[in-house]
Design a protein around this ligand. Structure first.
Ligand code: PLP
Length: 281
C-alpha cells in the first residue's frame, strides 16, 4: 500500500469496490460499467504522468448509467478548467496548492453540480466537516493573487519544459501544454491554460545519477506539496503505483513544480544538475 492507494483502502471498508482504468480511455469507459457502478473518480491531468482525460466523454457515459463523475481539479484550478461545465458532478481541489499559494495551510474544496449538491450539503453537516477560520483566511489571501501567480507559473513552466525538451539527458517531457504531449489536442480543447507542475523522464541511467542531480539543486527543494511560490523536485517510480496500464520507460521520472523564481535561474540550476547527472551516468 502507498499514499496513492489509501483512499481506496478506506472506501473498501465502506463496502465500495474499485476498478482502475486507463486515463486515456474516454468513451471506452462504458465497457467497464457494471450494474453497481455509482461513480467515476477522475484526475486530469494525472499527478505524476500527466495524461489528460476526455472528461466530457466520460461524463456522457456515466450520466447515461446514472453514475456521478468526481474530478480532482487541483492541477488546473477552476481558473484553467471548469469541471462542472464539462459534466463533472463533484469537483475536488486541494486548496493547499494554488489557492493557498504559500505552502503554509492544508485546505480542500468541493463544488457540486445539481446531481450531487443536496447530498453533498447534507453529508457535509452530518460529518461535521468544517475548517478553521485562520486556514480559510489564508485561503482567501491566496485567492487574491492566484490569477497572476498561475499566469507566471505557466509562463515559466513552459520555458523550462521547452528547454528540457532540447536536452540530451531527457527522453520525454510530460507537460500538456507542449505540442509533443500525447493529449495536447484534448488539453487545447478543454483547458484555458497550464499550471506549473510537470514531469520529465531521463534517458536510461543509474538512479545515483538522478540523486546527484536533485541533491545538489539550490532553487528546487525536494518536496511533494506543490502549488506554492517555490520550485520543487522529486522522483516518482510509476511502476510501483500503476494498476490499469504499464509504465515501461527505461529512464527515471522527475516531477518538477516550477515556482515564481526567475526561470533563467531555474534553468541554470538544472543545467548544473545535468552536469552532475552526466558525471555519474
Ligand atoms: C496535494 C494533492 C491532494 C491532497 O492535498 P492536501 O491538501 O495536501 O491533502 C489531492 N489531489 C492532488 C492532485 C494533489 O496534488
Amino acid at each position: 500500500m502507498n499514499a496513492v492507494q489509501l483512499p481506496i483502502v478506506v472506501a473498501k471498508r465502506f463496502g465500495i469496490e474499485t476498478s482502475y482504468y486507463d486515463p486515456t480511455i474516454g468513451a471506452g469507459i462504458e465497457a467497464l460499467f457494471r450494474p453497481n457502478t455509482k461513480a467515476v473518480f477522475t484526475e486530469s491531468p494525472g499527478s505524476h504522468t500527466f495524461e489528460i482525460q476526455d472528461i466530457p466523454a466520460i461524463a456522457e457515459v456515466a450520466h447515461r448509467h446514472d453514475a456521478l463523475v468526481i474530478m480532482d481539479n487541483t492541477w488546473a484550478t477552476p481558473l484553467l478548467f471548469k469541471p462542472l461545465a464539462a459534466g463533472v458532478d463533484l469537483s475536488l481541489m486541494a486548496a493547499t496548492k494554488y489557492v493557498a499559494g504559500h505552502s503554509d495551510v492544508l485546505l480542500g474544496t468541493v463544488a457540486a453540480g445539481p446531481r450531487a449538491w443536496d447530498k453533498l450539503k447534507a453529508l457535509h453537516v452530518q460529518l461535521g466537516l468544517f475548517v478553521g477560520p485562520d486556514d480559510v483566511n489564508l485561503g482567501l489571501r491566496g485567492i487574491r493573487t492566484m490569477g497572476v501567480r498561475l499566469a507566471r507559473h505557466q509562463e515559466s513552466a513552459l520555458k523550462v519544459a521547452r528547454w528540457l525538451e532540447g536536452r540530451d539527458e531527457v527522453a520525454r517531457v510530460l507537460y500538456p501544454a507542449l505540442p509533443s504531449h500525447p493529449q495536447h489536442d484534448l488539453w487545447l480543447r478543454d483547458f484555458s491554460g497550464a499550471s506549473g507542475l510537470f514531469s520529465f523522464v531521463t534517458k536510461a541511467a543509474p538512479f545515483e545519477a538522478v540523486k546527484a542531480m536533485l541533491d545538489g539543486l539550490s532553487f528546487f527543494a525536494l518536496g511533494y506539496s506543490w502549488g506554492g511560490f517555490e520550485s520543487l523536485a522529486m522522483t516518482v517510480d510509476p511502476r510501483k503505483i500503476r494498476s490499469a496500464t504499464r509504465w515501461d520507460e527505461p529512464g527515471h521520472l522527475v516531477r518538477l513544480h516550477i515556482g515564481l523564481e526567475e526561470p533563467d535561474d531555474l534553468i541554470a540550476d538544472l543545467e548544473k544538475g545535468f552536469a552532475r547527472f552526466r558525471a555519474v551516468a
